[in-house]
Design a protein around this ligand. Structure first.
Ligand code: NDP
Length: 340
């Protein structure tokens, strides 16, 4: 049973060598007798998510999930097939998504995060992205936290990623003017030509982010969907309109820094009556059935598209994970352990 192990807690940018792919020969592909509700799975797809970075370090006061245990497999969202189950909610052959160890086969004791997959007429890997945690994040973040109105001007950072590509499409379907930023020309082209953003720019090529934002939002921004933090947030604040809203989904530019960069323009929250609200998708999973009702027809009717970046093989999982922090992923980063 191949596994991806975190060697030790890390500081700064994660490296491939912070993890090791080993083989655990102790797993038996059968359930122990008289167990209390275990599920044995064959794992198919793994999800690489930025929040996993915080679990690779010792906990801080900003931690909202436990740190990983050095010497143990990394835990993340994934898609699996049930091989055996003594749990009443799952049976042999079921497909599930939820938190699984980064390994080929798992014996899962804590089944609280597992959700049975009902729709199989879409790629199964979608349950790591559009139909999984990032999809729920875009849904809750845009429709609830942003309080959108038709005609609003919307800016999305890390716009071509797992969450951002959906936020932009939701905003367009809602009747907003939408601009995205991303870190390469390839991503900018995707935003404009594939996801239907009105405009997009490469933030790495802009000397002056304030000027770039003024170019695309001459009358200011009503909604900022915040994925990156740091300098971008500071310049966005200067371009927010009266009664603007900022949904703080994440701040990936800060995750590998020892000390976060100061935000000089935060007082503009007051001066312009801007509402800035953080949210965690984990508290919104009870809305998952409602989300599926909304998103499945959009997928079937081709009104929403989703791009994934898939690396094959568990041995490539460390590279896939660390690539999120330099932007090597184009779309949702998935690791395919095996295809079914
Ligand atoms: P992505 O698929 O967007 O991958 C991360 C992307 O971030 C990279 O591809 C890169 O794109 C960009 N990036 C990396 N470093 C920087 C940097 N220093 N400055 C600017 N951009 C950078 O990830 P997700 O869509 O999964 O996540 C997006 C955000 O949403 C993250 O902040 C994440 O933590 C957050 N999140 C929050 C949740 C919640 O419950 N609040 C749940 C899920 C995600 P590029 O080439 O454009 O630089």
């Amino acid at each position: 049973n191949k596994q991806v192990i975190l060697k030790d807690y890390i500081n700064g940018y994660p490296k491939e060598s912070d993890m090791v792919v080993t083989s655990d020969a102790t797993i038996r592909l059968e359930l122990p007798e008289n167990d209390g509700g275990l599920v044995l799975t064959k794992n198919l797809y793994l999800s690489c998510d930025p929040y996993m970075r915080s679990r690779m370090s010792r906990a801080t006061e900003a931690s909202y999930v436990d740190s990983f245990t050095p010497g143990s497999p990394i835990l993340g969202y994934g898609v699996s097939r049930v091989l055996e189950s003594s749990h009443p909610n799952f049976k042999k052959g079921d497909l599930i998504w939820g938190l699984i160890n980064w390994e080929e086969y798992s014996l899962i004791k804590d089944t609280s995060s597992l959700i049975k997959i009902q729709h199989t007429d879409v790629p199964l890997s979608y349950y790591t992205g559009i139909l999984g945690m990032p999809g729920m994040t875009a849904y809750v973040g845009f429709y609830e936290i942003c309080s959108p109105k038709k005609g609003d001007t919307v800016f999305v950072s890390a716009a071509s990623g797992a969450v951002g590509q959906l936020v932009g499409q939701f905003a367009k379907l809602f009747g907003c003017y939408v601009v995205g930023s991303a870190g390469s020309q390839e991503k900018v082209d995707l935003l404009k030509n594939k996801f239907g953003f009105d405009e997009a720019f490469n933030y790495k090529e802009e000397q002056d982010l304030n000027a770039a934002l003024k170019r695309y939002f001459p009358n200011g921004i009503d909604i900022y969907f915040e994925n990156v933090g740091g300098k971008m947030l500071d310049e966005v604040l200067r371009n927010m309109r009266l009664n603007g809203r900022i949904a703080v989904c994440g701040m990936i530019s800060q995750y590998n820094l020892d000390q976060s960069e100061g935000t000089r323009n935060l007082f503009l929250l007051v001066a312009r009556s801007i509402r800035m609200e953080g949210f965690l998708v984990f508290y919104h999973y009870h809305k998952y059935p409602k989300f599926l009702e909304m998103i499945m027809p959009l997928i079937h009717e081709g009104k929403i598209t989703y791009i994934e970046d898939t690396l094959e093989g568990l041995e490539n999982a460390p590279a896939a994970l660390i690539g999120l922090f330099t932007g090597t992923n184009v779309g949702k980063q998935v690791v395919a352990i095996t295809h079914e």
